[in-house]
Design a binder for this molecule. Structure first.
Ligand code: HEC
Length: 207
C-alpha cells in the first residue's frame, strides 16, 4: 500500500471513530464549555451574554434538531414576549425622524471598549432598505421604504410598529431581528425617533 493511502485510511478511521464516540448532547456540552472557557470578560462585555433566554434556546434547539416548534409552542412563546412590551410612558410614539435616520444608520455600541450606558446604534440598514437616499443596505428583512405612506398611522399600525421594534419575537418567535427594547439595546427616545423615520409623513421614507 502506498504511504498516502495509508494516511487517508488512518485519517478516516480517526474521523469515523470520533463521530461515534460522543452523543449529540455530549458534543453540545463540549461546545458550550469551549465557548465559556474562551470567553474573557472585559469592560461591559460580561459572560452572561453567552446565555440564551428561554425563547432563544427553544429556537436554537428547534433548528439544531431540525424539529420545528409546534404551533402551540410558538404561540405561547410569542404571547409571553408580547405581554412584556412596554409602550412609551407619556403615550407619545413619534419623535424626530432626522435623529431616527442617524440611529438607523449607526452600528456601534455594546463592545468591551464602550462605556456603560453610552448609546448604541440600531443597525437597521444592515437588514432593511429604509430611505431611498441610502443605497447600501441589507435584504434580510423586508424593505421599509414608504412604510408610513403604505400603512398610514392608525393606532393599530403605530402600536404594531412600536411592538415590532421593541420585541420582534412577540410576532415571530424565531425571527432574526434583534429585540431592541426588550434587551435594552435602544432607549425609549431612540425608538420614538425610529418610529418617526418610518411613520412621519415628512420623513424621506414616505416621500
Ligand atoms: C438582523 C436583521 C435585522 C435588523 C438589524 C433589523 N431588522 Fe427589522 N426585520 C428583520 C426581519 C427578518 C423582519 C421580517 C419579520 C420578522 O422576521 O420579524 C423585520 C421586520 C421589521 C418590521 C416589520 C415590517 C412589516 O412589514 O411588518 C419593522 C417595522 C422593522 N423590521 C424595523 C426595524 C428597525 C427600525 C430596525 C433598526 C432599529 C430593524 N428593523 C433592524 C430583520 C432585521
Amino acid at each position: 500500500m502506498k504511504k498516502s493511502t495509508l494516511i487517508i485510511a488512518g485519517l478516516s478511521f480517526v474521523l469515523t471513530g470520533c463521530a461515534t464516540m460522543y452523543s449529540a448532547a455530549e458534543l453540545d456540552k463540549m461546545a458550550k464549555d469551549a465557548v465559556e472557557k474562551s470567553f474573557s470578560e472585559r469592560g461591559i462585555a460580561k459572560k452572561e451574554r453567552i446565555n440564551q433566554d428561554a425563547i432563544n434556546l427553544a429556537c436554537t434547539s428547534a433548528e439544531l434538531s431540525k424539529t420545528p416548534l409546534s404551533g402551540e409552542a410558538t404561540r405561547k412563546l410569542e404571547a409571553a414576549e408580547y405581554q412584556a412590551i412596554k409602550y412609551p410612558a407619556d403615550g407619545k410614539f413619534l419623535g424626530d425622524w432626522k435623529v431616527g435616520e442617524r440611529v438607523a444608520q449607526g452600528g456601534g455600541g455594546s463592545t468591551y471598549s464602550d462605556k456603560a450606558g453610552s448609546p448604541n446604534g440600531g443597525n437597521c440598514y444592515n437588514c432593511h432598505q429604509i430611505s431611498k437616499e441610502e443605497i447600501s443596505h441589507g435584504t434580510l428583512g423586508p424593505s421599509l421604504y414608504n412604510y408610513g405612506k403604505l400603512r398610514g398611522n392608525s393606532e393599530a399600525v403605530v402600536k404594531y410598529t412600536w411592538g415590532k421594534i421593541y420585541n420582534a419575537k412577540a410576532f415571530n418567535a424565531c425571527t432574526n431581528m434583534p429585540r431592541f427594547g426588550h434587551q435594552g439595546i435602544l432607549t425609549e427616545g431612540q425608538m420614538k425617533d425610529l418610529m418617526a423615520l418610518l411613520l412621519d409623513p415628512a420623513s424621506p421614507v414616505n416621500k
